[in-house]
Write a protein that binds this ligand. Sequence first.
Ligand code: EPU
Length: 338
Amino acid sequence: MVIYQNISLKPYNTFGIDVKAEQFVEVKTVEEVQVLCTTFNLHERKTLVIGGGSNLLLTQDFDGMVIRMNLTGMDAIKEDNDHVWIKAMSGEIWNDFVHYCVQKNLGGVENLSLIPGCVGAAPMQNIGAYGVEIKDTFEELFAVEIESGKLVKFTNQECKFGYRESIFKHEAKNKYIIVSVTFKLKKNPPLNISYGAISDVLKAKGINNPGIKDVSEAVIEIRNSKLPNPKVLGNSGSFFKNPEIDEQAYNLLKVQFPQIPGYPTLPGKVKVPAGWLIEQCGWKGKRVGETGAHKDQALVLVNYGNATGNEIYQMALTIQNSVQEKFGIHITPEVNII
Ligand code: EPU
């Protein structure tokens, strides 16, 4: 385990922001994570744990220690008639894990194909797409408690999952380093293709009786058609969360903006797509300097090459203000801003 000084973080964040970390270390085993916690008194230092760096906006140099999770390995650890439990180490690329499950014809994560990032970051914000979230297949995770270096287990309930939410964004924030995640996959899963675009793609391909692989391929096709590849155009997926507003407020907005989409969630609550709100404010495809909102998905902010983190952050604030002014709705970032 080597600790480097003054390392550029450009290759380690999908926005491609060029800031420096005062210290940088890559860890490959659970033991290394534990040693790092105890020997270096990590709980007294400023630290940033990163996996794929795909949900991160770095606005300045980081004057602390960046820990890059590089723990790998995926294994079936248990099986019954209907399920297989797969344990994946936190540094595994999320899509490699999905591919592993799809190849074994195990269901539950196929709708989450091609989401960027690593396995260890997935529970932090309960990643989701096309009607599925990881909380639906999540069994448990192991994390190292930073203060003690001890390995601690979190069950599904203990993670307190919500829409892009978990305990690791709140009371457990900066207290644990996730080292492995176990998922309970189904041998004969009910497929979730109710999300409009998936059934349309399957229909267009003439697939009437889709399997797990077909759904995964349809999701990959949809994502590739409207989400920019971070290797080509820096971005971190959806920049904001979809806001949930009171049904009453939604009904009032509907009078003024009859086209406003909305999906009922909890009783009396409606989720409004932030991408639609941002597009209506005129931001879709608009470029300001080196940043802007993507031409096919206004919820995705992009780096055209040389944007600074601060430039993207200012753009986000401007967009946030214009949505507030036009609709009276406050949209909050999904991305972790450092
Ligand atoms: N829309 C617009 N204009 C836009 C973008 C979207 O009008 O520029 C409208 C669409 O027409 C559609 C609605 O907004 O009616 C929803 O759009 P979409 O299906 O693209 O999904 P989203 O709500 O914008 C969420 C997740 C994505 C996930 C997709 C697919 C959040 C914050 N984002 O986006 O997750 O891939 O659903 O399920 O919940 C991510 O978190 O990084 C991410 C990409």
